[in-house]
Design a protein around this ligand. Structure first.
Ligand code: ATP
Ligand code: MG
Length: 446
């Protein structure tokens, strides 16, 4: 049974409800009709096949030759129109998953929330999804849609027309369709106008659409940061009011989204926006608390430096280990906890391990972190103390530790942020430049 969005507002305070109703009324009076669409013929737009990956083209042509509709959609179209290199290519079609699966031997049906098909090529996956209708639209179709009390959609396999598919997407700039049949561009939601004005506008009623899938809140922030776009007013008003909705999102999905927020080359800009819109707390509640409580410039600087370093590494095509940035984000929390334990007559490393595991435990309640990363984060933390101590008997163990390089870089950021002096860091830097004989001499001198 479908639930109306307004029923989901019970948790929200009265002023927010009033804003919501006013917004709905206003929208109703000036609504973009769902029957209108703009078709821009090939000579009048800039999406060229040269900018589309060969594999995506292959997928679309094969669907078309089999008698199906096939469109490039999502970030692929949006980024080409902006003159950017798309991260990946998404294809939308009227073929059902099983039919797509039959057309491509190199494919697999994935997804529970909604089923789609991944077509595998060497080094590239083309995601092919069947047109779907928005689950909140009244529909006579047979598939199930389940709403929880929160208005969230748990399963969303109601197939629809291309037009319905456009209206169930998240933002107008993500709902532009490039038709492989005639190379035209189809715009149902005035995405092209928003693209021109550099606006992220959620499709439909903002409060309802965020309730349906609260991850859209983080996606709005992510796209605004990545594209340097502004959030359209209603999209922004609702977003500011709804950070608590993220509590209803599985913590593993928050982790997936966190990777996209910080490891696609726009970590610094995204972090600033997360802070600005009060969303950092939804992902890292302990970090936010310490940052707020202490307003410690060193902590802030350390996080800024790590975000910028992550962006630079990605720009230079270097690998990044998420554990590094996660270790930085939670470092202020560890520091804070350590100051509390001063004077306690407990062995330092014993206590440190207890504190680390408590911090990680509380963190994964808000946002999941896979075990292997938890391990790496703790290793990077422990190494900070060992790098500073430089106990003669431990030097080689530390030096050959799997996470030495990450821990050393981490230490470098702490120096830059003026948290510690550079003496020990310089020593370790020198050690790496020496041959074995000189290294032994350095260690003997300690
Ligand atoms: P990029 O790949 O550059 O991060 P994208 O816009 O392609 O951006 P994807 O996560 O690849 O984003 O999703 C592809 C498309 O699927 C989106 O452009 C959007 O139209 C639709 N989509 C993805 N997630 C959602 C969602 N939570 N709600 C509604 N539509 C979504
Ligand atoms: Mg994409």
């Amino acid at each position: 049974m479908l639930k109306c969005a307004h029923l989901n507002l019970r948790d929200d305070p009265l002023p927010k409800r009033i804003i919501h109703w006013a917004t709905r009324w206003f929208r109703r009076t000036k609504k973009i009709t769902k029957t209108s669409r703009d078709v821009i013929a090939r000579p009048d737009h800039t999406v060229s096949r040269d900018a589309i990956s060969q594999n995506a083209l292959k997928v679309m042509y094969r669907l078309k030759d089999a008698g199906y509709a096939a469109f490039l959609v999502g970030g692929g179209v949006r980024d080409i129109l902006l003159g950017r290199q798309p991260k990946d290519f998404d294809v939308a079609t009227d073929a059902h998953p099983e039919a797509i699966r039959e057309l491509f031997r190199n494919s697999r049906i994935i997804g529970r929330r909604f089923r789609l098909v991944h077509v595998f090529y060497d080094g590239e996956i083309i995601e092919v999804s069947t047109f779907r209708a928005n689950a909140t639209e009244p529909t006579t179709r047979t598939q199930t849609q389940i709403h929880a009390e929160t208005g969230m959609i748990f399963r969303d396999n109601t197939y629809g027309t291309v037009e319905e598919d456009a209206w169930r997407r998240d933002f107008t700039v993500n709902a532009l369709y490039y038709n492989i049949a005639d190379f035209s561009l189809v715009d149902y939601t005035r995405g092209l106008t928003d693209l021109k004005h550099r606006l992220i506008r959620i499709i439909g009623d903002p409060v309802q659409r965020y309730h349906e899938d609260p991850v859209r809140l983080l996606r709005a922030i992510r796209f605004a940061a990545k594209l340097d776009f502004t959030l359209e007013k209603e999209t922004e008003i609702a977003l500011k009011a709804l950070p608590h909705l993220l509590q209803h999102v599985p913590t593993s999905r928050l982790f997936d989204e966190c990777l996209k927020l910080f490891f696609e080359g726009n970590a610094f800009a995204t972090y600033q926006k997360l802070l600005h819109y009060h969303y950092l707390g939804a992902l890292f509640p302990q970090t936010l608390q310490v940052l707020h409580l202490h307003k410690n410039k060193v902590h802030e600087k350390l996080i800024h430096l790590a975000m910028k370093a992550t962006d630079e590494r990605l720009r230079a095509d270097n690998s990044v280990n998420p554990a590094f940035l996660l270790a930085v984000l939670l470092w202020p929390v560890l520091q804070q906890e350590l100051t509390k334990m001063k004077n306690k007559k407990v062995k330092f490393y014993l206590r440190l391990h207890q504190l680390m595991s408590d911090i990680i435990h509380r963190q994964v309640e808000a946002m999941m972190i896979p075990k292997r990363l938890q391990f790496a984060i703790q290793a990077i933390w422990v190494l900070q103390f060992q790098l500073q101590k430089r106990r003669q008997s431990r030097i080689l163990n530390v030096f050959h530790h799997r996470y030495f390089r990450a821990a050393f870089d981490f230490m470098g950021l702490r120096v830059q942020a003026n948290e510690i002096s550079s003496t020990e860091y310089e020593w370790w830097r020198q050690l790496q430049l020496m041959d074995t004989e000189k290294q032994e001499a350095m260690i003997a001198e300690l």
